[in-house]
Design a protein around this ligand. Structure first.
Ligand code: UT7
Length: 323
């Protein structure tokens, strides 16, 4: 059985960056409150011309360029998103069209903030089973379109963007995705959801969140899945080279650092720059370290989001086998 290695990373951000101090005065919020409670300093917001598919396509192009792989090699495109361009077709097919790819399959995965790890798990399975040789996994969102811009408790937290990775089939199982696990528990569905939907009231709805509860479970699920990943792979916390958690709130990440005992220098925090970009947050963070990550053997990804859904991945990025 082959393994799936990551050979390229790319990202795309909307052209408009909004700092905390530039948010509408009517929100009655402040840079101080937002930064102290969340670690967020700014977010990128899609302009009218920018959509989830356009950001996803740009991120995919950048990842293919980074991997030095032609789009024509790609036989699987998975877009993790909760804010697709249309109800149908899938955003992934729009990316496929815009990359001029006519082979293979393209579809979306919906697991909200955990979407990227869910999509990675699906692509990993396709590659391991021999159904795919080269896959694009993209996390892309325009959450700004489903925010209630009069609700300061949610609208200041999210941003738009996209991140993508290129996966290839590789003969040596010691490299690439070593383990990937996804979980969900629907009894928490009402803790973080939209206020409407196609089949309920024919509306899109806005983000509604029980912030404190989500915070508590995020810490719990991060820690639980990290412990399980370490146990399953006979690793100690010191063996991790880099931990890339979903970027929702730096306080959640700091709590994880405290509980797990991981060296804080090994934990990537990018929420300051991008805010919470849901499924795009992990690949956007990976893009920030793409010059160094391909020397790392034990990179851990952790996610948690609406549903609740959560997941973990252990990846050996050093497929070139550097000493
Ligand atoms: O991506 C999916 C995962 N999502 C998350 O992980 C988010 C998890 N939750 C959180 O990050 C935090 O719960 C929040 C950042 C959403 C909120 O932080 P908190 O420390 O739990 O604050 P709170 O909701 O308990 O609100 C505290 C106070 C309230 O005022 P009172 O009732 O104490 O007078 C809020 O009205 O802060 C007020 N507040 C604000 N003040 C200024 C809420 N939002 C704002 C705001 N600006 N934007």
């Amino acid at each position: 059985m082959n393994s799936a290695i990551i050979v390229g990373i790319g990202a795309a951000l909307p052209s408009k960056c909004v700092k905390n101090s530039e948010l509408p005065r009517e929100l009655n919020t402040s840079d101080e409150w937002i930064f102290q409670r969340t670690g967020i300093k700014q977010r990128y917001l899609a302009t009218e011309m920018e959509t989830t598919a356009s950001l996803a396509t740009e991120a995919a192009k950048n990842a293919l360029l980074h991997a030095q792989i032609s789009a024509q090699e790609v036989d699987l495109i998975i877009v993790a998103t909760a804010t697709g361009d249309y109800i149908f077709p899938a955003t992934a097919t729009l990316v496929q069209r815009d990359l001029k790819i006519t082979q293979g399959a393209a579809f979306d995965v919906g697991a909200v903030c955990s979407g990227f790890i869910f999509a990675l798990d699906v692509a990993d399975s396709f590659i391991k089973s021999g159904k795919s040789q080269c896959a694009l996994v993209i996390g892309a969102e325009t959450f700004s379109r489903i925010l209630d811009w009069s609700d300061r408790s949610t609208c200041v937290l999210f941003g738009d963007g996209a991140g993508a990775v290129v996966l290839k089939s590789w003969a040596d199982q010691n490299y690439g995705i070593r383990s990937c696990k996804i979980y969900s528990d629907g009894k928490f569905a009402d803790h973080l959801m939209t206020s409407g939907g196609v089949s309920t009231n024919r509306e899109v709805g806005f983000v509604k969140m029980q912030g404190r509860e989500v915070f508590r479970y995020a810490v719990e699920k991060f820690q639980e899945s990290l412990e399980e990943l370490l146990k399953d792979n006979s690793l100690k916390i010191e063996d991790i080279d880099l931990l890339v958690p979903h970027q929702a709130n730096s306080r959640i990440i700091n709590k994880l650092i405290e509980i797990s005992g991981i060296d804080e220098k090994k934990v990537l925090i990018t929420v300051e720059k991008h805010a919470n970009t849901s499924a795009a947050s992990i690949p956007l963070a990976l893009n920030e370290v793409k010059d160094d990550i391909f020397l790392m053997k034990n990179v851990v990804l952790l996610s948690m989001g609406a549903g609740f859904t959560w997941g973990s991945a252990l990846i050996n990025f050093d497929y070139r086998g550097n000493k």
